[in-house]
Design a protein around this ligand. Sequence first.
Ligand code: SAM
Length: 245
Amino acid sequence: ETTHFGFKTIEKQQKVAKVAEVFHSVAAKYDVMNDLMSGGVHRLWKRFAIDCSGIRPGQKVLDLAGGTGDLTAKFSRITGEKGEVVLADINDSMLKVGRAKLRDRGIAGNVSYVQANAEALPFPDNHFDLITIGFGLRNVTDKDQALRSMFRVLKPGGRLLVLEFSKPSSEFLSKAYDTYSFQILPKLGELVANDSESYQYLAESIRMHPDQDTLQQMMNDAGFEGTQYYNLTGGIVALHRGYKF
Ligand code: SAM
């Protein structure tokens, strides 16, 4: 199977290896590239997720696929010393960059770092009040299994937030965005990080990711209730929310 851009659909094993390679490769430049590629707007998308999270002091949060820890840093401040924030990521290069950055900013006490695969979370049942996965789900090979794993470790009454690239709502925006992703983005990657291939993967992974309604249905199938989503920046990004009751 090929996409209409002609890239071969990657098999499971290859995808796992590819994702690992990409994030080992981009870890050191990840934050600067994020700001550059999104014109800083990723900060607003993350802010919106925090505002929708309903998080309170003393609660337990899992920032899954947390990478360099932007969301973790914000949650750490809100949950306070009685709270707990776990930054979990499959990739040790990303975790190392995240931990160094957060420690530099004086964020330490209530944060722990765990290397884990979203498909098989190493946490007890019914543990977290909130799970976020920011720009991470599209990199996970078995998304249904990962959603079920998140459901398991969430407390009854807890919620999941999935912040992810999605499907632009207008045809015009969709075309402009495709041009940006497949032509400009890999060039930016080449210029700034000397790595066009990783940024080509990024564009491809966004294109392949399930659209808003499909992801909502996948959350329902994993057991989440009261699911809904908000489109951000014309649907370039969507925030999905669901509860475990
Ligand atoms: N959440 C951060 C942010 O919003 O800036 C980082 C997002 S980064 C684009 C995606 C992250 O997902 C990477 O750090 C990668 O290692 C992680 N990841 C990919 N597959 C994963 C998996 N199966 N389980 C856990 N983390 C995974």
